[in-house]
Write a protein that binds this ligand. Structure first.
Ligand SMILES: Cc1ncc(COP(=O)(O)O)c(C=O)c1O
Length: 386
């Protein structure tokens, strides 16, 4: 079935899961829209000895993407779900049960926090938070079943020491779950660094074109059966059309990520030298508090970073943001286009100190000089309104 699932990561991204021989040589897996798969006879139907038995339980489309992502992650199994947030929720639900404790990083994507605070409690699961750069040992409880990480945090960009954290969690008998959307498996091989369930909001860089919603969870050997069984009994599914788009995005992910990083670095360095900017939050930047860990564990950076402005009025901030030509304002990232939003940071155990507004930039694939010129004009507007 498989084309090529080995080689270096860039080769895997291009080759894995294509299954061309099953599709008359077509390079791309076509869109399979199917609820019903027919069986040739009663014996096959009763034994279910057929690759595809029912649309919700998988199609050649989902098998292609799962296989490709799994090969890239270096995991044992990957499952697809309808969104990145659902991937976080599903990964958590696949490991915790009533009476368990979940240790959650304080810099986590806010809707993941909401899921824990609003729903896990109802099911008898307690969630407490730990600072992203803390030693987790004092935060573990006898019933801690899972430790959730997100590195770097997608608003504040602290880098976590995942190998050290995983060692402590595993010695305690807890599973390690990680939202690996910022780096993707190309830039941070989460499973090789000790993560048990690696989560990807496919919506972002894998999709890469701002036109689909999807999530993926990849399990290591120890967690694969449990994840697949849980996923299979909860009715989670992704459509063939969205999977086609995700596969198309995946094939160009390595080259896109390189360009996103290159442009983000140019913007970050330019912004760092501006008098209106207090600091840049980007672990790839030398001097960032997470730079040494990032350099040790990551193979690169994506295009998402933060910056803190000196205190300004809301009117001045609006003059800056509203007039930008090449940066859209939208709550996402990972597409080909540049974006900018104010970061609304919510923390409970490790306050994030900032005097001025914190912004989040997604550096897209436009020419960096155009983006810088746009920001320069924007900062002039900001100054005029200050
Ligand atoms: C770090 C992170 N994880 C997960 C998600 C959720 O992804 P989705 O929007 O596909 O639910 C997001 C979305 O912004 C995110 O930034």
């Amino acid at each position: 079935m498989t084309d090529k699932n080995d080689g270096k990561p860039d080769t895997i991204a291009v080759s894995a899961g294509r299954m061309s021989e099953d599709h008359f040589g077509a390079v791309n897996t076509p869109v399979y829209r199917a609820s019903t798969f027919l069986f040739p006879d009663l014996a096959t139907l009763e034994s279910r000895q057929q690759d595809y038995v029912y649309g919700r339980r998988g199609t050649p489309s989902s098998a292609s993407l799962e296989e490709a992502l799994c090969a890239l992650e270096g995991g044992a199994r990957t499952v697809l779900v309808p969104s990145g947030l659902n991937a976080c929720a599903t990964a958590i639900l696949s490991v915790v049960g009533a009476g368990d404790h979940l240790l959650m990083v304080d810099s986590v994507y806010e809707p993941t926090r909401d899921f824990c605070d609003k729903h896990l409690r109802r099911f008898g699961v307690e969630t407490t938070y730990y600072p992203p750069t803390a030693d987790i040992s004092p935060y573990l409880k006898p019933n801690t079943r899972a430790v959730f990480c997100e590195s770097p945090g997608s608003l504040t960009f602290e880098v976590q020491d995942i190998p050290a954290l995983a060692k402590i969690a595993h010695a305690h008998g807890a599973s390690v779950l990680m939202d690996n959307t910022w780096a993707t498996p190309l830039l941070f091989p989460a499973i090789a660094h000790g993560v048990d369930l690696s989560i990807q909001a496919v919506t972002k860089y894998v999709g890469g074109h701002a036109d689909l919603m999807m999530g993926a969870i990849t399990a290591n050997e120890n967690h694969a059966v449990r994840l697949v069984n849980f996923h299979g009994t909860t009715g989670l599914f992704s459509s063939g059309d969205d999977i086609f788009l995700a596969l198309r995005g995946l094939r160009t992910l390595p080259v896109r990520l390189k360009r996103h990083q290159e442009t983000a670095m140019k913007l970050a360095l330019w912004l760092q030298a501006r008098p209106e900017v207090t600091r840049i939050l980007y672990p790839a930047l030398p001097g960032d508090p997470g730079h040494a860990l990032w350099k040790r564990d990551f193979k690169g950076a994506c295009g998402l970073f933060g910056l803190e402005l000196k205190p300004v009025s809301q009117t001045a901030l609006a003059a800056f943001l509203d007039g930008l030509e090449h940066f859209g304002m939208g709550w996402s990232w990972g597409g080909f286009e540049s974006l900018i939003v104010p970061a609304h940071i919510r923390r409970t155990v490790s306050p994030f100190a900032s005097e001025g507004p914190v912004l989040r930039i997604h550096a897209g694939l436009e020419d960096a000089e155009d983006l810088i010129a746009d920001l320069e004009k924007g900062l002039l507007r900001l100054k005029e309104q200050s």
